[in-house]
Design a protein around this ligand. Structure first.
Ligand code: HEM
Length: 187
């Protein structure tokens, strides 16, 4: 995958995350940061139908909403692809933002996003953390975003630090549901 695909510059793709007893990812930990939890499952299948799925979440990659050209260039220069063999750990973090967030105009949302330093904070963790953002609000799903991250085991502490930094930003005051599902690849 070319780096820019991580930011939706490529054609959109639909992705389903199915939790159950099959799939290439084993759930090692699941915690609810805020809001209603999701049922616990043993395994997660990405893009494979699982007959016994306890839940399925679907989203699609899309164009950028808040990223300037300069930011995109600086991200592209450091972005790692999804599916690196050494990235044996992953996190699926579904997120829903509040009605207040969605009622704001695009420029007001971008102002909060920018003030929060989301892009510069995140950039500091590239290329160790590979990411793909899926949108699901427009599909009428229970979450607005399905965020997906892949990293090697030795990058896990850095990933925790990244989460801690983002969760104290003004942007996160608008997060009303967030579940953090940690995974390890089986094979
Ligand atoms: C790994 C480093 C990260 C980088 C480089 C990064 C970068 C970005 C960028 C550039 C966008 C804006 C996309 C656009 O223009 O539409 C974005 C959006 C988003 N990111 Fe991150 N991010 C990172 C980590 C995270 C983490 C750890 C989370 C969740 C825990 C997260 C959650 C989100 C969400 C929910 C959005 C959508 C925001 C919205 O549209 O309201 N990001 N990220």
């Amino acid at each position: 995958m070319p780096p820019s695909a991580a930011y939706g510059a490529a054609a959109p793709i639909m992705v389903s995350f199915c939790a159950g007893t099959t799939g290439e990812w084993q759930v090692i930990r699941q915690s609810t940061w805020i809001g209603e939890p999701l049922p616990q499952a043993a395994r997660l299948a990405v893009d494979a139908a699982t007959p016994d799925a306890s839940w399925t979440l679907t989203g699609f990659t899309s164009n950028l909403r808040y990223t300037t050209r300069a930011e995109r260039q600086s991200l592209d220069a450091r972005t790692a692809a999804i599916g690196r063999p050494e990235a044996r750990m992953a996190a699926l973090i579904p997120i829903r933002k509040s009605a207040v967030w969605w009622a704001m105009a695009q420029d007001d949302r971008r102002a909060i996003y920018e003030r929060s330093g989301h892009t510069p904070i995140g950039r500091g963790y590239l290329p160790a953390i590979a990411r793909r953002l899926h949108h699901s609000r427009d599909l009428g799903q229970p979450f607005d975003f399905l965020t997906w991250f892949e990293f090697a085991p030795d990058a896990e502490p850095a990933f925790e630090e990244l989460l801690a930094q983002l969760r104290i930003t003004p942007e996160w005051r608008y997060v009303e549901r967030e579940v953090d599902i940690r995974l390890v690849r089986i094979d």
